[in-house]
Ligand binder design. Structure first.
Ligand code: BV8
Ligand code: ZN
Length: 249
């Protein structure tokens, strides 16, 4: 029974995507899990017994910037040695296939860009970009800079650099957020992939899509708080299901 209902939902999702002219995709840490990147809330999300929630905050940086940079350097190293997985590649193919396409990611790992996605909106910033606390100048860290193991990277103006990511309690980039909502309101379909649906405001996306009569498809290895809102829930790994769906469009 389970098998053919799964097959049925897969066929339904394929049919919806096949006829979509404008597709909005939201991704979370789950899409990078098969690249070996620890997810935020998964058991592997811990570092030296700290949880991401403790460290990804302005307060943590204020209190101990060296510790927070140590955590980011650790994550940068893992990501630099990782590669995009078939889920990222499937989204690159999907972007080429669908006339109007937007990819909004909650991830900061730059893997969508490395996979070749052209138009990536980063809702939570990018772990390889720094921002100066003094002059607000931002710059992408080249891979060679990461070797620079100075505990506190400093800007040419002398100000301390922070990771250019959105911490908990910080505002998300309003231009990106407004862009995403405008696109979503007029899209045929929203594909929500590999997110626990816990972090706001991204967690509001399925509800917003439903309100605008947009088809909603969720892909996750397990049910989440948004699974009861979406039209179709596809259970499985993004690295397996996404290529399977995209190759058959
Ligand atoms: C804001 C960048 C307000 C940093 C991230 C109380 C106090 C303070 C704030 C709040 C509060 N209550 C609510 C809030 C708001 C808060 C929030 O939502 N908190 C939650 C925890 C309750 N949100 C914010 O603070 C946001 N800002 O609201 O501003 C404001 C208003 C006015 C004025 C000022 C401020 C900012 C949120 C951004 C936080 N930054 N990242 C960094 O990365 O270092 S969020 C972080 O979580 C990552 O970006 C991650 O992408 C994101 C979301 O998590 P997920 O992607 O869903 O990852 P997770 O591990 O949770 O789940 C993985 C999923 O994948 C699972 O479902 C798993 O089943 C699935 N999966 C695993 N493997 C696979 C898979 N799926 C498919 N295939 C697989 N192989
Ligand atoms: Zn500066």
């Amino acid at each position: 029974m389970l098998e053919n209902s799964h097959h049925h939902t897969l066929e339904k999702a394929r049919a919806i995507l096949k006829h979509s002219r404008s597709l909005f995709v939201l991704t979370g840490a789950g899409i990078s899990a098969e690249s070996g990147i620890p997810t935020f809330r998964g058991k592997d999300g811990l570092w030296k017994s700290y949880s991401a929630m403790d460290l990804a905050t302005p307060e943590a940086f204020q209190k101990d910037p060296v510790l927070v940079w140590e955590w980011y350097h650790w994550r940068q190293e893992i990501i630099r040695n990782a590669r995009p997985n078939p889920a990222h590649t499937a989204l690159v193919a999907l972007e080429k296939h669908i006339p109007s396409f937007m990819l909004l990611t909650q991830n900061v790992d730059n893997l969508h860009q490395r996979a070749g996605s052209m138009n990536v909106l980063e809702l939570h910033g990018n772990i390889f970009r720094t921002r100066c606390l003094e002059c607000s100048g931002t710059c992408m860290i080249g891979t060679e800079d990461i070797k620079q193991k100075v505990p506190l990277p400093v800007c040419s103006c002398g100000g301390i650099l922070r990771p250019d990511v959105v911490w908990f309690g910080e505002m998300i980039p309003q231009d990106i957020w407004q862009n995403a909502l405008t696109f979503l309101a007029h899209a045929d379909t929203a594909l929500i992939c590999g997110t626990s649906g816990i972090v706001w405001p991204a967690a509001a996306i399925p509800e917003y899509a439903q309100q605008h009569n947009v088809h909603t498809i969720e892909l996750n290895i397990e049910k989440t708080p948004i699974s009861s809102i979406v039209e179709i829930f596809l259970e499985g790994k993004a690295g397996e299901l996404l290529p399977d769906i995209v190759n058959s469009l």
